[in-house]
Design a protein around this ligand. Structure first.
Ligand code: IDP
Length: 147
């Protein structure tokens, strides 16, 4: 089953939105298979955002993502990568559709609350960057057959 890496960024933690954000993915029927409340180091931040190295906002992005704890998660489900991106909404809250996390709770691109992998390749890379294989839990839910 497909897996993705999602993370409540420091602004979401500070604003006490972990529960509200997790709830959206639980309601959808996805399965939480890994979770970690953690402080990101500068080196991990640079690896995670490697594709943005050299861009004008890179330094601010690294400063921000290391500025306080984050809630890192691995979620599993059918098409979870693309569907999670829909639940999150567009990167810029001005363009995010109403009802999405970024539209409902944020108003500024550099404080857009949540990260989510945007492809199968980035999901695999990001999951391995943040989690050991022993931290990803395999289990069954009786309700899975109804989702
Ligand atoms: P995503 O988080 O929607 O996948 P990415 O393009 O991967 O978007 O960018 C990572 C993060 O960097 C965004 O969530 C946003 O917080 C920040 N970011 C992206 N583009 C800009 C920009 O042009 N100015 C400021 N911050 C940006």
């Amino acid at each position: 089953m497909e897996k993705t890496f999602l993370m409540v960024k420091p602004d979401g933690v500070q604003r006490q939105l972990i529960g509200a954000i997790v709830h959206r993915f639980e309601e959808k029927g996805f399965k939480l298979v890994g979770a970690k409340f953690m402080q990101i180091s500068r080196s991990l931040a640079e690896q995670h955002y490697a594709e943005h190295q050299g861009k004008p906002f890179f330094e601010d992005l690294v400063q921000f993502i290391t500025s306080g704890p984050v809630f890192a998660m691995v979620w599993e489900g059918r098409d979870v990568i693309r569907l999670s991106r829909k639940i999150m909404g567009a990167t810029n809250p001005l363009e995010a559709a109403p009802g999405t996390i970024r539209s409902d709770y944020s108003s500024f691109m550099s404080r857009n609350l949540i990260h989510g992998s945007d492809s199968l390749e980035s999901a695999e890379r990001e999951i391995h960057l943040f989690f050991n294989s022993s931290e990803i839990i395999k289990y069954e839910k009786a309700v899975d057959q109804w989702i």
